[in-house]
Design a protein around this ligand. Structure first.
Ligand code: GLA
Length: 389
């Protein structure tokens, strides 16, 4: 029995005064490699983690949507037809935005369905602001529930698109499709290798446990927010770079094009472009090595990815760099910052026998640097969104 799922049902009943029809859940994700490549139609390789968001849901007949959660006392209430970008929605923009987006996509696909209102209560153990996609977890738990209750019949890929659309249009964050894809398509012990151009996804065995490894998350507690300008300005620089090179997206460039690119653009734009082009190749190489030589052989690719984000894409912060360097110095096979950047979490692929050394060294180093105490914990690859009961 899943305690948090039942707690979510109980929370629904306390807030709304009746029992939900069911509880659906979706995981957060960690990105093993492939950062800021998704909106450039490139490759990503995230996995769903064993931290989940739960949504207890029931339909209402009156076209009203009410959303509440364990992390705030407010209940947001809005007519389904009136959902629009509105800063006062705060966290409720995620569940309401995805409800709007499920309808929008079902309409585009001419699905025969009836979208009534709904009540929804959310509970989660995905850390917020850590770069582990707590927002995608909300979107995917809610969209999986509504897809079933409304009979919209969207596939998991279409639901991923709905999550992204809601986040882009209603939340106002210009993010790509990686997080929702991982949350919906994840499988235990597997990573999701996604081509963000064709949206073709392949699950690839990670084999960490077999090789005596665990993936540690180092949540630096430096809050990152994707609606702030840094993410959008990186995305804009990538679009500029593609336009200057006369290609539809940076996916169309090879490493052999970089010399020509350097001659045509500012140093800043060139560095953004170089990160994306080289990162795509690192994703492909990571997948290949995992299959051919196993996870102990991907460490240098993880660190190369980190350096590229630190030096070229410029989205790391001192705390992330410290976490990565300390983990590597104390026996991690590979380490890098993960997610959108400007804070959030780093990951360290660590041999089981070195976990306490790596963990304690990070705590000590952060203390010495005068940084806030980070959270260090292991995650494993889990199944994607599902109905709990
Ligand atoms: C955030 C976005 C994703 C992706 C990453 C960076 O997590 O939501 O779409 O762009 O940043 O790789």
């Amino acid at each position: 029995m899943n305690a948090l799922a039942h707690q979510t049902a109980a929370g629904f009943e306390t807030r709304f005064g009746y029992a939900p029809t069911g509880v659906w859940s979706a995981p957060g994700r960690v990105n093993l490699i492939g950062e800021h490549t998704d909106y450039n139609e490139g490759f990503v390789f995230p996995f769903a983690i064993n931290r989940r968001t739960y949504a207890a849901v029931a339909l209402r007949a009156d076209g009203i949507a009410r959303v509440a959660s364990a992390f705030s006392s407010e209940v947001h209430e809005v007519s389904l037809d009136a959902i629009a970008r509105d800063d006062s929605l705060d966290w409720a923009a995620y569940p309401l935005g995805v409800a709007w987006a499920v309808r929008t996509i079902a309409n585009q696909l001419n699905r025969d369905y009836e979208a009534t209102g709904f009540d929804c209560y959310i509970e989660s153990d995905v850390p917020v602001g850590a770069g582990l996609s707590s927002s995608a977890a909300i979107e995917c738990a809610v969209s999986t529930a509504l897809n079933e209750l409304w009979n919209t019949g969207l596939t998991r890929s279409e639901l991923a698109r709905a999550g992204q659309l809601g986040e882009n249009e209603i939340v106002g964050a210009p993010t790509g499709i990686m997080d929702q894809s991982a949350s919906l398509l994840g499988q235990a012990d597997h990573g999701v290798f996604l081509d963000c151009r064709s949206l073709e996804a392949q699950v690839i065995e990670l084999g960490f446990a077999k090789d005596g490894l665990e993936l540690l998350i180092i949540d630096t507690k430096v809050a990152h927010r994707l609606v702030d300008g840094g993410y959008a300005s990186r995305r804009a620089a990538c679009e500029d770079g593609a336009a200057i090179m006369n290609v539809g997206s940076l996916r169309d460039l090879e490493e052999s094009d970089l010399e020509a690119a350097e001659a045509k653009m500012t140093d800043v734009t060139f560095r953004r472009v170089r990160h994306v082009v080289t990162e795509n190749n690192r994703v492909l190489e990571t997948v290949k090595r995992l299959q051919e030589t196993g996870p102990r052989s991907i460490g240098d690719l993880m660190y190369a990815s980190h350096k590229s984000m630190r030096d070229d894409f410029k989205i790391s912060v001192d705390e992330l760099d410290t976490a990565v360097e300390t983990a590597l110095r104390h026996g991690a096979v590979g380490a890098r910052m993960t997610g959108g950047g400007f804070g959030g979490a780093a990951i360290a692929l660590t041999p089981i026998e070195r976990i306490s050394e790596v963990t304690n060294s990070i705590y000590a180093e952060f203390e010495q640097c005068g940084y806030a105490r980070p959270d260090v914990f292991a995650v494993s690859a889990a199944n994607g969104a599902t109905r709990e009961f």
